[in-house]
Design a protein around this ligand. Structure first.
Ligand code: HEM
Length: 155
């Protein structure tokens, strides 16, 4: 089997775990958390989100490694500045945003910020957090769509 096909399969597998999990958190977990009494909602959020955060981090590493490998093997580096390859630039920008959120913002205290905000004004922290998840999910789905169309020569 050729290495480009394997890298593409690994790339897509990582995206399924990552964006699929993000979709579940956004459309199922956070709406349930926001309807529960604050202490109960927080406990549920911690139990689920903490487990998923590790899966998301692992998936982001796999997607980035396979993506850079593909770009190198397909010799796309020099073409990245060309307008017709904007969809690969979009993938890299989205990936960088998630690296910043999962590997920098979270360890630096994003959860502590959420906890403080929820204690000061219950509901307001989760409302912002939920909105951020909707924006990220929207960007993720558009990037997947453009990635498949671009890779198939449809953009
Ligand atoms: C460092 C970040 C990334 C790099 C360097 C990268 C690079 C690539 C490359 C080179 C390809 C193959 C293009 C081709 O076949 O001509 C590809 C395919 C693809 N990528 Fe990425 N990617 C990255 C992140 C992402 C992210 C964050 C997403 C979506 C959330 C994504 C979604 C896709 C999809 C859907 C495909 C097409 C799969 C198919 O052939 O159907 N990539 N990527």
């Amino acid at each position: 089997m050729d290495d480009v096909a394997v890298a593409l399969a690994v790339h897509v597998l990582g995206i399924v775990v990552w964006i699929g999990g993000l979709s579940l958190v956004t459309t199922v977990l956070l709406p349930v958390v926001r309807r529960r009494p604050p202490a109960e909602g927080w406990a549920l959020f911690e139990a689920v989100e903490r487990r998923f955060a590790w899966q998301a981090r692992a998936a982001v590493v796999v997607v980035g490694a396979s993506g850079f490998y593909l770009a190198w093997r397909l010799e796309l580096w020099r073409q990245l500045s060309e307008p017709q390859f904007w969809w690969i630039d979009a993938m890299a920008v989205l990936w960088l945003a998630f690296v910043a959120l999962l590997f920098v913002a979270e360890p630096l205290g994003a959860e502590a910020w959420l906890r403080r905000r929820e204690q000061a004004a219950p509901g307001s922290g989760f409302a912002r957090f939920h909105l951020l998840h909707w924006v990220l999910l929207g960007l993720g789905l558009v990037t997947v769509l453009c990635g498949v169309l671009g890779s198939a020569g449809g953009l």
